[in-house]
Design a protein around this ligand. Structure first.
Ligand code: SF4
Length: 297
């Protein structure tokens, strides 16, 4: 297999594993939520979600009919040979996964309404690039469901609103979202930078494992506070009431312009699919999020 074929193969496997097998941290958080819920209805919803996850794994079928818009995050080692093939290989991987997994075709031209039929199209799969000082190539797939995408929100707050204004904006966004993003959700919050930067940061927070707090103590405290406030709203699993509206809130930031205070909220449904692999120069591949799946597949 040459390097282009290897990248395509890894991209295909990442899309397949993400569609079928939720990462362990998300499964663990959903199981804990089931054990801690007291309401019968909330417990029943979480039980249905856990059964759904188990059946997807047993039957090797996607967890949800909405297999999402395909997004990749690429960490490109400066010394990795073959970076010129990444885009083409990930498009080919997306076409193959659409046919073989299969994934629902979700890429539609916004003007003609024509569905490409293979999950590709202008800027799709979208690829976020980051150059890293390494010799490997790290690929992360984030298939993003439409229901939870529709409740993402950007606010250009007045800087005078401060942290209290930020908290209110985030909690209000989740109240407005209600049942639409298929709770329990994971919430990414991006603060500062600019409108596009804040949303990019917020979305990237959905890649952080559930239960891993921000390394800055003040932000970890803010995440905990927001999570408690959101879980006291009573929206609950699938919006039918209960203690578990969110599994996690992840916050990160960039420095801002003195006159701007962007706050972005990215919402991710319980089907919080993501998968990551690293390709090393000798052709070795490490499936970081799905090691045990790779062993049995
Ligand atoms: S929001 Fe998530 S769980 Fe709900 S339908 Fe879309 S992909 Fe499925």
């Amino acid at each position: 297999m040459d390097i282009k074929e290897l990248i395509e193969d890894v991209g295909f496997k990442l899309l397949k594993y993400a569609a079928i097998y939720l990462p362990d941290d998300v499964k663990g958080a959903l199981k804990r939520a089931y054990e801690q819920e007291e309401s019968e209805v909330a417990k029943a919803q979480l039980k249905a979600i856990l059964d759904n996850i188990r059946l997807a794994e047993e039957l090797k079928k996607p967890i949800c009919q909405d297999t999402g818009t395909i997004i990749f995050y690429v960490k490109a080692g400066v010394n990795f040979k073959g970076l010129e093939f990444v885009k083409e290989a990930l498009i080919a991987a997306t076409r193959r996964a659409t046919k073989e997994v299969p994934l629902r075709p979700n890429a539609v031209n916004p003007f003609t309404q024509k569905n490409s039929g293979d999950n590709t199209g202008r800027f799709i799969p979208f690829i976020h690039w980051e150059i890293v000082d390494a010799d490997y190539l790290e690929l992360t797939a984030l298939p993003k469901g439409g229901g939870s995408e529709n409740t993402c929100k950007l606010g250009m707050l007045s800087p005078g609103k401060g942290v209290e204004g930020l908290k209110k904006f985030v909690v209000d966004a989740i109240v407005e979202a209600g049942a639409k993003p298929c709770p329990p959700i994971i919430i990414g919050v991006g603060v500062g930078g600019g409108s596009d930067i804040a949303m990019k940061i917020a979305k990237k927070q959905l890649l952080r494992p559930v239960g891993e707090p921000n390394p800055e103590p003040e932000l970890a405290k803010l995440e905990k506070e927001l999570l408690e406030a959101i879980n006291s709203l009573g929206i609950g699993p699938m919006g039918l009431g209960g203690k578990t509206t969110a599994l996690a809130v992840h916050v990160d930031y960039a420095y801002r312009h003195p006159a701007s205070y962007p706050v972005a909220v990215a919402t991710q449904c319980w089907a919080a699919r993501r998968s990551t692999a690293r390709i090393y120069p000798d052709g070795r591949v490490d499936f970081l999020t799905h090691k045990s799946v790779e062993e049995v597949e």
